[in-house]
Design a protein around this ligand. Structure first.
Ligand SMILES: O=C(O)[C@H]1O[C@H](OP(=O)(O)OP(=O)(O)OC[C@H]2O[C@@H](n3ccc(=O)[nH]c3=O)[C@H](O)[C@@H]2O)[C@H](O)[C@@H](O)[C@@H]1O
Length: 438
């Protein structure tokens, strides 16, 4: 619109009194005609210049819907024969009865570990990640390097990009999707609510739309969250308990995801398994999580804010070690039944599951800090704080009997052992040993 301004501005210039007088002579008329032509030419050039500037500065048209969170304003390069070859090669199954999996959020914490485990047992894996800057993207890049060495190619792109997703399904006939791409973290939802809607709702729907039309339809396993239990006070949390009292927008979007999964299962016959992860921790973890930044801040001598419940009750989490979570994810993929639809139409009832993947042994946050102090051999500067009312719940505790029965899920790592492995990785990674294993 602003390009039109100069023209309308010209039209609105009132003629000066002097000009009125001169209009009487032919010469002055011609002179005026000339000067008008010059002015018009001048403004036409300005107008043209503005249009050119607009076209050259604007990013190439993005197929993504407008995103107030600012996440999809980035453009990604994908496509071309070399790119397709890499994608196909990465997704090639190398073992008998292996599966071919699209892992979204592959450069994320859980995504990296699941992709590595799948690749190591001979499954085909293709990663997808938008490398957003919710936390330091250099950690995601380091995970990417680690994955490339394992033979996993990560396509850079957003789950909201249907053209990209359709292309991926055109290049590879995935049997499964492990959907881990999400906006995580309970407290950040106060700061950037739309990023949760963009990734956890719009992104999920976009992915399911593409999956429902794929032929064959893949089976989908995806990350829900223990946070869906919200203000539920009945412990341990069972899949049958109420999940209609989310304490954060993050939890609400994950709960919405579970309902959306129901719809796509019901209408299109997509096989869907949601996994409610309980505070997953370990090497290559997320720097926004307490165990991670507590470690960093203890080492830096900075105070550690330890939340206390208002009633002097304990704030505790059912911390679950990443290797246990990976086993749960693989078991969910292996027991997932095929989707029943084709060409966007349901042909029969399909599997729909939800499982808790926790550790069944909640630990108070203050004990977490004590373990870290022992492992780091540094005394923490503990700073007690009232549990803020911006998304945190007081307590989580998983009942895992359903996952045990159906997936053979059995966590084996206690917090002390798991944190020891995390601290070893942390120290190695931050001492420049970026190839720290985990
Ligand atoms: O289980 C889950 O589903 C969720 O687990 C974590 O959420 P959360 O359990 O809140 O993990 P942290 O943010 O690492 O907090 C761990 C504990 O430390 C406490 N905390 C956190 C931050 C802080 O400054 N001080 C503090 O005492 C929290 O209240 C909580 O009890 C993840 O961040 C979510 O993405 C995930 O979905």
């Amino acid at each position: 619109m602003s390009q039109l301004k100069p023209m309308s501005h010209l039209e609105n210039i009132p003629p000066t009194p002097g000009k009125l007088k001169m209009d009487k002579s032919l010469f002055t008329n011609r002179h005026r005609w000339h000067s008008s032509l010059t002015t018009l030419t001048f403004w036409s050039f300005v107008f043209l210049g503005l249009i050119l500037l607009f076209f050259f500065r604007a990013p190439s048209p993005s197929p993504l819907p407008s995103d107030p969170s600012g996440r999809s304003s980035r453009t990604y390069n994908w496509g071309g024969p070399a790119w397709e070859k890499r994608a196909r090669y990465s997704a090639r199954v190398r073992s008998r009865n292996g599966i071919s999996v699209l892992v979204t959020g592959a450069a994320g914490f859980v995504g990296t570990h699941v992709s590595t485990a799948l690749k190591r047992r001979g499954d085909g894996v293709l990663g997808l990640d938008n490398f957003n800057d919710y936390y330091d993207p250099s950690l995601k890049r380091a995970r990417q390097v680690h994955l490339e060495r394992t033979g996993v190619f990560i396509v850079e792109g957003d789950i909201n990009d249907s053209a990209l997703l359709n292309k991926l399904f055109e290049v590879v006939a995935f049997t499964h999707v492990m959907h881990l791409a999400a906006q995580a973290g309970v407290r950040y939802a106060i700061e950037n609510p739309s990023s949760y809607v963009h990734s956890n709702i719009a992104g999920l729907v976009n992915l399911l739309e593409v999956c429902k039309s794929a032929n064959p339809q893949p089976a989908i396993v995806w990350a829900s969250s223990s946070s869906v239990y919200g203000l539920n006070t009945k412990v341990p949390f069972s899949e049958r308990d109420r999940t209609d009292q989310p304490a954060s927008l993050y939890a609400a979007t994950k709960k919405a995801g579970e309902e959306i999964a129901h719809t796509y299962n019901h209408i299109y016959g997509l096989s869907l398994t949601g996994l409610r992860f309980f505070t997953v921790y370990g090497p290559w973890g997320r720097p926004d999580m307490a165990y991670f930044f507590f470690t960093r801040d203890i080492l830096r001598g900075k105070p550690i804010p330890i939340f206390k419940a208002p009633n002097h009750g304990t704030v505790a989490r059912d911390f679950t070690y990443i290797d246990d979570i990976v086993k749960g994810c693989l078991a969910a993929l292996d027991t997932a039944e095929k989707s029943t639809g084709s060409g966007g139409k349901k042909r029969g009832p399909a599997q729909l599951r939800i499982f808790n993947l926790g550790n069944t042994s909640p630990v108070p946050v203050s004990d977490l800090v004590s373990i870290l102090e022992r492992l780091l051999k540094v005394r923490a500067k503990r700073h007690s704080m009232k549990l803020p009312r911006n998304g945190d719940v007081q307590f989580t505790h998983a009942n895992i009997s359903l996952a045990q029965r159906e997936l053979g899920y059995k966590p084996t790592t206690d917090l002390q052992t798991g944190l020891k492995k995390f601290v070893r990785w942390y120290l190695s990674y931050h001492s420049g040993g970026k190839m720290a294993t985990g």
